[in-house]
Design a protein around this ligand. Structure first.
Ligand code: FES
Length: 133
């Protein structure tokens, strides 16, 4: 995997890893990469890309390889009652394969806990996507 060094806006030196063409990452939906000694997951959401470290905050499980499913919602009727559960049309969650902690794929926030996934910044240059770590 090709890489180059670049300073961030705080002066820290980041390594940029070339992940591949944006269109291929979007088409794949989910891709997992090794960037040096860091594993990351890259996910396509609504024609956009988001990336997280493949390490669950619970016990470091490979969260980016977990099952992806729609968020469960409770539609409230006009009389205030909830008759059934439904799946969200927009929001996706990922479930850690080790112990089932669930995370919002767009925000990385853990559902029901004060923790979350660690974001990886992506840069797009031309058609190519880089992870900055
Ligand atoms: S390591 Fe992910 S839920 Fe435990």
């Amino acid at each position: 995997m090709s890489q180059e060094k670049a300073p961030d806006d705080r002066g820290n030196v980041l390594i940029k890893y070339l992940l591949g063409p944006r269109d291929e990452l979007i088409a794949a939906g989910r891709s997992v990469f090794e960037c040096g000694d860091v594993e990351i997951g890259v996910f396509a959401l609504d024609n956009d890309l988001v990336s997280w470290r493949n390490q669950c905050p619970h016990m470091r499980g490979p969260v980016c390889q977990g099952r992806i499913m729609p968020k469960v919602v409770e539609p409230v009727a006009s009389d205030g009652t909830v008759e059934h559960l439904a799946f969200s049309e927009e929001d996706r969650h990922i479930v850690c394969p080790w112990h089932g902690h669930e995370f919002d794929l767009r925000t990385g926030r853990c559902i029901g806990r004060e923790t979350g996934l660690r974001k990886v910044n992506l840069e797009i240059e031309g058609d190519d996507v880089y992870a900055c770590i």
